[in-house]
Write a new protein. Structure first.
Length: 386
């Protein structure tokens, strides 16, 4: 198989503020190929060491929560509406106060600092803690999450939004639990979170990173300490240049998980909609579309014919050559078009639409490769096999 002209990921990551380095290492000669990165706020991710890490504004986040080789974490803008994500003493105790002792900053948290709160039971029973946000009731979908660990004994914890609770059993290790895609119940008050502990005497449980946010899925931890905090969306674009991409033939390969149910795009093009190869994810209808344009005219288009499970890991490859366009997903050919011209002036790759203004990818990018050769069918099948 030919060597890619651009590589990104697969356990080789180089990041700095406003830049993510892809590379070309043909012949052992390493050349950096930077992408531009924008996120005008900080953000968190799970580091290679297993701890929650903090990224500065505009710093790319390589997350190791679901892959030992890491993945570029790209998330939408979200706000943690839980005003106190670490101090459990700031929550209201609705019942069980006489059975328990709440202590802030009593355990080592998932980020390695002593900022986790604990609740210790002196008698058998249950305790309900509630946190009211500053957000008025809405029927829009919300998701919630928190970190949970058992210190002593056993016990169960019920966690949820507006009295819609899910049971979780703590373990000896920190685990982040989620309850997603919830329609809040209308109690005529602001949205609230509940933590309901059912424990025996001597049980001690630690919690940290309580969070709820508008959206159908939970995103990375957003710490708060008295007010709602917003993490701005990630934007990664404009990787490569006109000297490394081949207009006449090539292959685009992605190994990724796309979180979003909205329309998202990946584009190899000239920075306009005139000349481009675009992979479009229609999450709401579970469709993936492959589209090629030359001088503003469609050359290959799978339209809306290919079903696609967006909320899972997928390996995708697209081959382009004059009168020869093919797409493979997870080892299987899904599209072929035997006629059409290739785009001209290819000069950039964007995790977004053709001019990097909208439809930015939301998900994790585990690996990206762009070849200057049209790989064979067998190579495409091998490359995309999970």
């Amino acid at each position: 198989m030919a060597d890619p002209k651009l590589k990104l990921g697969n356990d080789i990551w180089a990041t700095k503020q406003k830049s993510l380095l892809a590379y070309n290492d043909e012949g052992g000669n390493f050349k950096s190929l930077p992408f531009q990165v924008d996120r005008i706020s900080g953000g968190t991710y799970l580091g290679r060491n297993g701890l929650v890490q903090y990224a500065a504004s505009n710093e790319p986040r390589v997350d190791f929560s679901s892959n030992t080789k890491g993945g570029l974490l790209l998330e939408p803008q979200r706000t943690n509406l839980c005003l106190y994500s670490k101090t459990l003493s700031s929550w209201s105790v609705l019942n069980g106060a006489s059975l328990q002792t709440i202590t802030d900053n009593d355990a080592i948290a998932p980020d390695g600092t002593q900022t986790a709160s604990t609740i210790t039971f002196s008698s058998n029973g249950s305790s309900l803690l509630r946190h009211f946000s500053n957000t008025s009731y809405t029927s829009a979908k919300h998701s919630c999450s928190f970190w949970l660990k058992k210190i002593n004994g056993n016990g169960n914890v019920f966690f949820g939004l507006t009295d819609t609770e899910t049971e979780f059993t703590p373990t000896d290790e920190w685990v982040r639990y989620e309850a997603n895609n919830i329609t809040p119940t209308n109690f005529g008050v602001n949205l609230f979170l509940d933590l309901n502990f059912v424990c025996s005497a001597g049980d001690k449980i630690a919690v940290w990173g309580m969070q709820f946010e508008a959206g159908t899925y939970s995103t990375s931890t957003i710490p708060t300490s008295g007010g709602a905090v917003t993490r701005v969306k990630d934007e990664v674009a404009n990787g490569g240049n006109e000297y490394i991409f081949n207009d006449s033939e090539g292959t685009l390969f992605l190994d990724l998980e796309n979180f979003s149910g909205n329309t998202r795009e990946l584009t190899l093009g000239d920075g306009t909609s005139n000349n481009r190869i675009t992979i479009i994810f229609y999450g709401a209808s579970a469709i993936i579309r492959f589209y090629v344009a030359n001088s503003g005219v469609a050359q290959a288009d799978s339209v809306f014919s290919i079903s696609f499970n967006f909320d899972q890991r997928n390996k995708i490859a697209f081959r382009y050559k004059q009168n020869d366009f093919k797409a493979y997903i997870n080892g299987t050919q899904v599209f072929s078009d035997p006629s059409g011209n290739t785009p001209v002036g290819l000069s950039r790759f964007d995790f977004a639409n053709s001019n990097a203004t909208t439809n930015f990818i939301e998900g994790e990018i585990y690996q990206t490769k762009i070849y200057n050769e049209a790989l064979s069918d067998s190579e495409l099948a091998t490359l995309t096999t999970i």
